[in-house]
Design a protein around this ligand. Sequence first.
Ligand SMILES: NC(=O)c1ccc[n+]([C@@H]2O[C@H](COP(=O)([O-])OP(=O)(O)OC[C@H]3O[C@@H](n4cnc5c(N)ncnc54)[C@H](O)[C@@H]3O)[C@@H](O)[C@H]2O)c1
Length: 333
Amino acid sequence: MKIGVIGLGYWGPNLVRNFIAQPEVSKVIGCDLQESRRSFIQKRFPSAELLADYNDLLKSDVDAIVIATPVDTHFKFAKAALEAGKHIWVEKPFTATSDQAKELIDISEKKNLKIFVDHTFIYTGSIAKIKELIRENELGEIKYFDSVRINLGLFQHDVNVIWDLAPHDLSIMQYLMEDSKVAGVAANGIANYSDHENVAHLSVYFQNNAFAHFHVNWTSPVKIRRMILGGDKKMLVFNDMANLEKIKVYDSGVEMKTAEKIHQALIQYRIGDMYSPKVVQTEALNLGAKEFINSIMENRLPLTNGYDGLKVVKILEASEKSIKNKGQLINID
Ligand SMILES: NC(=O)c1ccc[n+]([C@@H]2O[C@H](COP(=O)([O-])OP(=O)(O)OC[C@H]3O[C@@H](n4cnc5c(N)ncnc54)[C@H](O)[C@@H]3O)[C@@H](O)[C@H]2O)c1
């Protein structure tokens, strides 16, 4: 298989490295407008071919094209690649609008081409372990999902902090709570330095009364990457900044007992043991690259596909509408 990579900026080199490492891949062609980025790749990966014009990549014999350029260019490159008969890997967030996402899905289905959306965290050992615990009903029914992703982060010029950071957490939420349907979204935020919000809070309401909250911030003095999942059996804390014991499962919970005669709710707390399950450490992008290649060879949807990308983009779009309307609840169909 031959793979092209458009965009060799911050993230692109990781993609080039991981695709070169795949035994099924015989050639990787990188493409970037900037000569400095092409020569950087040439020095680090001498086996890679390099191009300046993406039209030359479209005309080449690559089977698939990886798109690692800024969000507002994803659609243009993705559509051109699909129309040239190439499978595509698109960085998160999939597209800038849900209409764009739908159009790409439509073309890919007509042409039987694969769309892989890089929801990287789904391929980490930590999220795989949490998914396993949920499948085994270790946590019970998930009642809430509470996520914090804050640090002194790189301001993006084309999107706000929700579009930049929340796709990670939203894709994790979707994967872990796949049986819960999103009903609506409300978001608040503030833009202190540019037109784009640098601090934001996003609430997601589900049809089954579950709830999720996301706090994202590019202007926090401390770096926090923490997620709490409240199940009705057990609760889980995932601290991605921890070197060891990233996941802790708590046998804690709350039970409501009503004293019938006095019509008074009695709350009973359960505080039990805590344990930390073992997590496999493999680079997520390596597993993602394998999944993309296998989905093409086996002619099936990849684990993180265009539909997953569309669901995330719908929430991002709704969050933008809500922020503009001071936190108004926006329904999602
Ligand atoms: N999955 C992850 O964890 C992860 C992490 C970081 C970034 N990303 C995503 O990767 C994408 C790129 O982000 P980045 O931080 O690497 O951006 P970046 O700005 O560092 O790099 C983008 C590169 O694209 C090139 N480019 C732009 N237009 C081009 C064109 N017409 N032809 C060829 N090259 C062109 C630029 O020259 C630049 O080198 C974004 O969608 C971002 O959200 C994903």
